[in-house]
Design a protein around this ligand. Structure first.
Ligand code: SF4
Length: 93
């Protein structure tokens, strides 16, 4: 007996890769660096000593960008650890 494995492309293309919108509020950030310690792949400190991500876009007092699923867990730890609530992460639907 021969067992066939489905090779329909849609079988391999249905898994969604989650994306998350990250916002850093520059007015709230005090530059403590906790987010950088917890998640250096997303956050760094800029020349002004405040949290940033060089790929994020500036929108008024906010820095806004997207991260992928693999960066989410540590970025969420940084969001939760930020004493100034300067980081917000939400899933992009
Ligand atoms: S943890 Fe919050 S306050 Fe501290 S550097 Fe990061 S964003 Fe700024």
């Amino acid at each position: 007996m021969i067992n066939y494995i489905s090779s329909k492309p849609e079988k391999f293309m249905t898994k969604d890769i989650k994306k998350y919108k990250v916002t850093i509020d520059s007015d709230k950030c005090i530059g403590c660096g906790v987010c950088v310690s917890l998640c250096p792949e997303v956050f760094s400190l800029g020349d002004d000593g405040m949290a940033q991500n060089k790929d994020f876009k500036k929108q008024d007092n906010l820095l806004v960008g997207e991260i992928n699923e693999t960066q989410f867990a540590t970025a969420q730890q940084a969001e939760q650890a930020c004493v100034e609530n300067a980081i917000k992460i939400e899933e992009v639907k």
